[in-house]
Design a protein around this ligand. Structure first.
Ligand code: COA
Length: 190
């Protein structure tokens, strides 16, 4: 399935969440090259233009319902049309009906509630439209912004792993978070 046959778009009060397009390239390169953003993510700085173009091309044509690989989608402020980051999910290719979640916001837009607003909408899509059972997210214990965002969304901390990964030159510790579909429904009706 392609974007031509099934346009994918999610909306919130302030935000539009849609597939990447060519115009996003400069903003995408900018935040992929911000060391404060890259610090917690799987890529390193400098992040070259060719790699960014390749990545956007791959994301542009992905089916959001396809399991087994990450889909990153752009977050846009509706009022201004500004591109402010992306949210991402990976639907596992097994019978657990589980997806991993992630979110990246450009530094100049931090602390405005955008990560919570975009991720909550994505959760609604994954639970209510795709009928997934469980959403999960892992974060470095030192990435306060990330785990506070997850807790604000109602995720449960399921694990605290101590120095369980070797990441960017040092042993790091992780929190693992999860939410079940029934917990999501309970939150919605609270
Ligand atoms: C983590 C990240 C997505 C948060 O985005 P954001 O739009 O600033 O988050 P929000 O404004 O929605 O904030 C959500 C909550 O986290 C808190 N928070 C966000 N950043 C924080 C920080 N650096 N320190 C402490 N608390 C923080 C907010 O105060 C808010 O809680 P509150 O409403 O109770 O005050 C953003 O900092 C980011 O992109 N970081 C780099 C990439 C990354 O680490 N992504 C997460 C792993 S996938």
């Amino acid at each position: 399935m392609t974007n031509e046959t099934k346009p994918f778009q999610l909306e919130t009060e302030r935000l539009l969440i849609r597939p990447f397009c060519d115009e996003d390239i400069e903003a995408f390169i900018a935040y992929r090259n911000d060391p404060d953003v890259a610090r917690w993510q799987g890529w390193s700085v400098p992040y070259p233009r060719e790699k960014a173009m390749e990545f956007l091309e791959e994301m542009k044509n992905k089916d959001p319902e396809e399991a087994g690989s990450w889909l990153q989608i752009a977050i846009i402020v509706k009022e201004t049309g500004e591109f402010i980051g992306d949210c991402a999910f990976f639907i596992k290719k097994d019978e657990t009906r589980t997806a991993h979640l992630g979110c990246t916001i450009m530094q100049k837009y931090w602390r405005k509630g955008y990560a919570v607003e975009a991720t909550r909408r994505l959760m609604a899509y994954l639970f209510d439209d795709l009928h997934l059972r469980r959403l999960i997210a892992d974060t470095d214990v030192e990435n306060t912004g990330s785990w506070k965002t997850l807790e604000k969304l109602g995720f449960r901390r399921e694990a605290h792993f101590v120095e369980n990964i070797f990441f960017k030159g040092h042993y790091a510790s992780e929190y693992h978070y999860a939410m079940l579909e029934r917990e999501w429904q309970a939150l919605k009706s609270a």
